[in-house]
Each structure stands twice: as C-alpha cells, then as structure tokens.
Design a protein around this ligand. Structure first.
Ligand code: PBG
Length: 339
C-alpha cells in the first residue's frame, strides 16, 4: 500500500450506489481519451466573418470599441477577403457605412450604394466566399432607427417595402444570401416574393428571426454610427425577458420562407439557441455580437482573462447550445489557430 492518491486500490471505497463506482474522471485522464469522447467540435466551416465597408480608397480605419476590427474601403476589403478565404472561413456578412445618411435611409436601397459596389467588386475579383448581405436601414438613416419614422414610430409596412428594394439591389449585385436584421413584421415573406418575382429564386434568406433589444450591440453602433438619435429599438426588437415569443417569431419567419434562422445576441441567449435547435429543423445561426467580442477583448487587454481561451470557450458554448454557424468578429483569429 503506497498511499498515493492515484492508487485506486488504496483509496477507501466511495459511498456510491451500484456495483461499480461511477468514475467520470476515467475519461478525462488522457488527452487522447478526451479527444475521443469530445461531443462538440468547433471548426472553421462554422464561422462567418462580419465586415464593415465604407466609401473611398485605401481606407482601413480601426474601430476603437472593437480592437482588431476595421472599416474598410472596397479595394482593401477585397484584399481582406483573400485573407479570410485563405483561412478557410466560408463566408462574410457585409455591413455598409454610407457617405451620407438621410431620413429615408436611401443609401440602403440605392443600386449603386456602398454594399452593391462592394458585392460587384468582390464578384469581379472572383472571391470564393459566400457573400451575405445584411439588410437594414439603421446604418443609413440620420435618426439611426431601422426603418422609416412616422409620428415618432417606425412604420412597419412602409419600411418592409424599402427593405425589399435593398434585398433586390443586393441580390442583383451578387449577394449569395440575404440577411434581414430589421425586425419588421412580415418582411421575410415580402422579400421572398420580391426576390422570386425578379428571378432570384435561388438566393436564400437568413432571417435575424429572434433578435433582442440588446445593450450588447453598443460597439457595433459606434462602428456604424447607427445609434438611435431618439428613443430605442424596443418597439421592434425583442424583449430579453421572452423565450416563448422567440419560438413564435422564428416559426413565423420559417412559414414566410426563411431558409436559415438566427438568434442574436448569442452568449446571453444560449437557452434560446438550444430551444430553437430542438424545435426547428432549419439551419440555425448565432450572432456573437460586438459587445460580446469587445468585453472579452477589453478584459484580455487588462490581463484579467486569457483572451484566446475565453474566445474558444465562447464559440464552443454557442456551438454546443445548438448553432450550426456563428457570425463572429473572432472568426479570423479563431480560424488562424484551427489551421
Ligand atoms: C443592424 C444590425 C445591428 C447589428 C447587426 N445588424 C445593430 C442593431 O440592431 O442595433 C449588431 C451587430 C453587433 O452588435 O455585432 N440592424
């Protein structure tokens, strides 16, 4: 009898029920065993990289609140996309920063606006990436709301009409997937019909179906200059308190023709992801939003957390909760270590 704690014979019997003692640690002892029993694996094919495109040339302007992220002009975005594709990341989602904003958000549905320009240039450069176009008015309106404001309210149906024009402009310019993030009612069905009528029957819709009115979007709004100038988005984005409502709105979007559904943000809404995964059979996306990224970056910069490990754990937890794909600002750095 050696008395070493690893000498099982020497240990007093544990008060466990059953004939054999349950010892889950047996499967944790060796790296190889841990590899074999691992239930969830994050891979580069799960990732979508969000990018911000702005007018001009030679611009690569850091976004202060999102260390490592930039607003890029089309020429440099093309270079960036080569790097993203070389890392094995399947796709990007494009957000436009227009040169001017107005009350109707006209830059969003201008066929020669910044996102159509970027899409055409990427197509011309034969980018292999899946090009996803975010559809919303908030980056393009001077008041910062996601739609047309009438009598202090965002007018639903009038906004849907403009969103459909934006979706069409992006599909015509070469978008592979249309991703409406506005949270207006009925927009998925309306956009689907408009796309189909124009012959874009093969362009899928990724719906930001369960998008919450979240404070985690703060850094994105700095990046896009899209913070609402009055009020907030609680009249159209979801109440963070509601889970059943998420199931209902996801179902509505699927019935209207959504091909992929999204839950956003990701980290504080893993329960929603998990429920959606079990309830619906369409592919499920999770948006690991700007605030989630920036919090981890800020704490890592201070040396309070191990940034790389926290990043990997965040992404893994989102996948484990049920996401098939993750939109994340961490995509490049996560892909770089997976290679
Ligand atoms: C546009 C849009 C937003 C985000 C994605 N699309 C901002 C918002 O709703 O305020 C947020 C993304 C992020 O925080 O990373 N409607």
């Amino acid at each position: 009898m050696t008395g070493r704690p690893t000498d099982y014979e020497a240990l007093p019997p544990l008060p466990l029920a059953g004939e054999r003692a349950a010892r889950p640690r047996r499967l944790r002892r060796l790296i190889g065993i841990r590899d074999l029993v691992r239930e969830t694996r994050l891979c580069v094919e799960d990732l979508i990289y969000p990018v911000f495109v702005c007018p001009g040339r030679g611009i690569r302007e850091p976004i202060a609140a999102m260390p490592g992220q930039h607003r890029m002009s089309v020429d440099l975005l093309i270079e960036e996309c080569r790097v993203v594709a070389d890392l094995g990341i399947p796709g990007i989602i494009l957000f436009g920063i227009p040169s001017h904003k107005d009350s109707r958000g006209s830059g969003a549905y201008d066929p020669d606006g910044i996102v159509p320009q970027a899409l055409r240039a990427l197509r011309a450069a034969s980018s292999e990436l899946v090009l996803i176009a975010d559809v919303c008015l908030c980056e393009y309106t001077d008041h910062g709301h996601c739609g047309l404001v009438q009598n202090g309210q965002v007018a639903n149906d009038e906004t849907v009409e403009l969103l459909a024009q934006a979706a069409l402009a992006y599909a015509c310019a070469g978008a592979d997937i249309i991703a409406p993030s506005d949270m207006m009612d009925g927009r998925i069905g309306y956009i689907r019909r408009q796309l189909d009528q124009a012959g874009h029957t093969q362009v899928p819709i990724m719906s930001y179906a369960a998008k919450y009115a979240s404070a985690f979007y703060g850094p994105f709004r700095e990046a896009a200059g899209s913070a609402p100038q009055f009020g907030d988005r609680r009249g159209y984005q979801m109440d963070p308190a509601n889970a059943r409502e998420a199931m209902r709105v996801i179902e509505l979007d699927i019935r209207q023709g959504a091909d992929i559904i999204m839950v956003k943000p990701a980290m504080s809404y893993l329960d929603i992801l998990h429920q959606a995964r079990h309830r619906f059979d369409v592919p499920l996306a999770a948006y690991n939003v700007s605030g989630e990224y920036s919090m981890a970056k800020a704490a890592a910069e201070r040396g309070w957390i191990d940034g790389a490990r926290v990043r990997d754990e965040m992404l893994l937890s989102i996948k484990r909760a049920g996401a098939d794909m993750i939109l994340t600002y961490f995509a490049k750095e996560a892909a770089a270590v997976m290679a």
